[in-house]
Design a binder for this molecule. Structure first.
Ligand code: GLA
Length: 681
């Protein structure tokens, strides 16, 4: 069954309102309420004095109405008394400013006082509600790291040193990994090490990377700390915390296995025409983090948010479109932030399922219609089903952190480069899984590796082995440049002299040559001619077909796109041009513009024998298959015809069609419900 509902913050309202909430939730087909995410001060008004009566009443009311509860541990925003009694628990920013009370998330991840008080609260909550019949899941904390992902206080620095000592064992090993011979940075002991604070110029890159790793570790420790308590006192109840898509500060690969199911918060900008494709990728990431299992959309807004400079509403139908995009890409539930729009506080202008103006509003009617639709779909084969993918994109947070540092060849938008590849696949209706470096790849016909700047030798070897075993491997520029200590690979990039990946690709990179600020494009000539941006490499090809060369720029004449057919285990080549089904390693030393990328991808997909539901590259649309249903989604606010797998269908603005394998419409796309809701019908 699909979950439907949202964050419910009854502590912001008088008890008289609660019955109304429950009645209206039922009317909107709400199955699930996420309760009490920011209720610590209400639950524990003074240290050690707990008030649970209000929460008892709320949970019983919800239960009485058949609504299940995802209970928050409420640790995301400590009360005023903690800041007063333990000012050292407040975080310190990189510039030395101590962040004060009066907003939220004002705790240092390494604060002993915060940890102690959070544990006590969670223990009380789990003991009291761990077996409550309404309990669907535990929601630990909220959006870890969203505002405070690092703190420069003394406890954090001490914890950083301990973490470094665990990681490296000896100070000599740390000095080696950090390359401290450079600029006289070597350390005599772990005590001499500090957080990477404001400094005269560039900080040590490996110190910066380790600080990110440590920040991730400190927050993950908090999650583990709470999870251990709820699993002890509330056995069998699944535990999650809400992710934030490709959130740059945390390496969700290291978190994913610790969650019983993945949940995500998403806020696409209604004004951004590219947002649907960007968020399709985010849905695929969530499914991938859960190893293909269904995930939960924990938060979205039914209309505007409050935190952009200008907060544009979602036009009729867009809320449903994004919700169905989640379902089409593996979600088993659609929840919102939040149920009732706040009357006061910083989020009073953030839309909610029940707006200020009440239930007789277009937003609430759209919510009701979606609730009804999901209830209907709950009876079919969709809930619990998986979304098959034949293509994988390698995504790596450590490369994101390294590419985001200063003193690199060129500022690189790693997420944007990845999305360029992702969008080309989306234009063909091809579903993508994301994988971490070193993950098994044999389930995929095509593996795309954009800008994996940082990689261990065995992670690069695994890519080569994949191509040699018959996969189509396509590697983008800035891959295999640095090892996991951020030391350059010597003897040519892509893993260093005579690495397996250099051999599989049949080339090495002698020099990185990013395009500058004046000449921002480069022309490619040859079999795959066209325009590209961002990058050139001085490729040195030993043993690969050159499909395009740079026609201009510093690297004019160098190979820009290459392909090398793998010799496989038998040591035989299938010859130039390749044959479908045989492995090959491709290299792309630049970022092709969409037209050229489409052409390149065409060849890759043919060689990988992967069907493309959209016969032609199609923008502003997407399609997936899940549980025997083919979803076709129109991103545009205009009606249009789309041809998918040979069938042409008419879609309304933001329309969603669900077809059976035979092409029949299995679920009406409800084209009028949004418009009707808008009109107040
Ligand atoms: C995040 C938080 C919510 C709320 C929304 C507003 O997702 O988790 O508490 O602040 O943002 O968009």
């Amino acid at each position: 069954m699909f979950s439907f509902g949202g964050d419910y913050n009854p502590e912001q309202w008088a008890p008289e309102v609660w019955d109304d909430d429950v009645r209206l939730m039922r009317g909107a087909h709400v199955t699930t309420a996420t309760v009490g995410v920011f209720s610590w001060a209400k639950l524990e008004p003074e240290p050690g004095r707990f008030e649970f009566g209000w929460l008892d009443a709320v949970l019983d009311k919800l239960h009485g109405a058949g609504i299940r509860v995802i209970l928050a541990t409420a640790t995301a925003s400590p009360p005023a008394w903690l800041a007063k009694q333990h000012p050292e628990s407040l975080p310190i920013a990189a510039d030395g400013t101590r962040l004060g009370f009066g907003s939220r998330q004002q705790y240092s991840p390494s604060s002993a006082a915060y940890r102690e008080h959070a544990q006590r609260l969670v223990r009380e909550l789990a003991a009291r509600y761990g077996a409550h019949p309404a309990l669907q899941a535990w929601h630990i904390n909220n959006e870890y790291g969203c505002h405070v992902a690092e703190s420069f206080d003394d406890e954090s620095v001490a914890a950083f040193r301990t973490w470094l000592a665990d990681r490296y064992g000896t100070i000599d090993e740390l000095n080696r990994a950090w390359g401290t011979a450079f600029w006289s940075q070597s350390y005599g002991s772990f005590d001499e090490i500090d957080a990477p604070r404001a400094a005269p110029t560039y900080l040590n890159p490996t110190q910066l990377l380790d600080w990110r790793r440590f920040g991730n570790h400190a927050l993950l420790e908090l999650f583990r700390m709470e999870k251990a308590i709820v699993t002890e006192l509330s056995p069998g109840v699944p535990v999650t915390t809400n992710f934030m898509g490709f959130f740059p500060m945390l390496d969700y690969w290291t978190w994913a296995a610790e969650l019983d199911f993945i949940s995500d918060d998403t806020y696409p900008d209604p004004e951004d025409p590219d947002a649907p494709s960007q968020f399709a990728a985010e849905r695929d990431l969530m499914r991938s983090l859960g190893s293909g299992r269904p995930w939960l959309l924990m938060e979205q807004s039914p209309s505007a948010v409050n935190w952009r400079e200008r907060n544009v509403v979602k036009p009729a139908g867009l809320n449903r479109m994004y919700s169905m995009q989640c379902v089409a890409r593996g979600a088993d539930g659609i929840l919102y932030f939040q149920w009732r729009q706040a009357a006061a506080g910083a989020e009073k202008f953030h839309a909610a399922m029940l707006p200020h103006a009440g239930p007789d509003t277009r937003v609430h009617r759209e919510v009701q219609a979606l609730g009804a639709e999901l209830a209907e779909l709950s009876t079919g084969a969709l809930p619990g089903s998986r979304v098959p993918a034949e293509v994988a994109i390698v995504w790596d947070w450590e490369s994101l952190w390294a590419l985001g540092q200063s003193a690199v060849p060129a500022a690189t938008d790693y997420h944007g480069v990845m999305l360029a590849w992702y969008r080309a696949l989306l234009r063909r209706g091809v579903v993508v899984d994301f994988v971490r470096p070193g993950a098994p790849l044999d389930a995929y016909g095509l593996v795309v590796v954009p800008a994996l700047q940082v990689a261990a030798p065995d992670e690069l070897d695994a890519l080569a082995a994949y191509a040699e075993a018959g996969g189509q491997l396509v590697v983008g520029y800035q891959t295999g440049v640095l090892d996991r200590d951020l030391h350059a690979y010597l003897g040519g990039y892509l893993g260093g002299e005579n690495s397996a990946l250099q051999r599989s690709l049949g080339l090495r990179i002698d020099e990185l040559a990013p395009l500058g600020q004046r000449a921002t494009t480069t022309t490619l000539v040859g079999e795959l001619a066209g325009t590209a941006t961002q990058w050139q490499d001085f490729t040195r090809v030993d043993d690969a077909e050159v499909l395009a060369r740079f026609d201009d720029g510093a690297a004019a004449g160098a190979a820009a796109i290459t392909r090398r057919a793998s010799r496989g285990a038998e040591g035989t080549s299938d010859g130039a041009g390749g044959a479908p089904g045989r492995g090959a390693a491709w290299y792309v030393a630049t970022l092709p513009e969409p037209e050229l990328l489409d052409e390149l991808l065409d060849r890759l997909l043919i060689d990988a024998e992967i069907d493309t539901p959209f016969a032609e590259p199609t923008t502003g649309a997407e399609t997936t298959e899940r549980g025997g249903v083919r979803f076709v989604i129109n991103h545009l606010n205009t009606s249009r015809e789309l041809t998918v797998a040979g069938q042409t269908i008419e879609l309304p603005p933001f329309g969603v069609a669900m077809l059976s394998a035979g092409g029949d419409v299995v679920h009406d796309s409800a084209p009028d419900s949004a418009a009707a809701a808008a009109a107040g019908a």
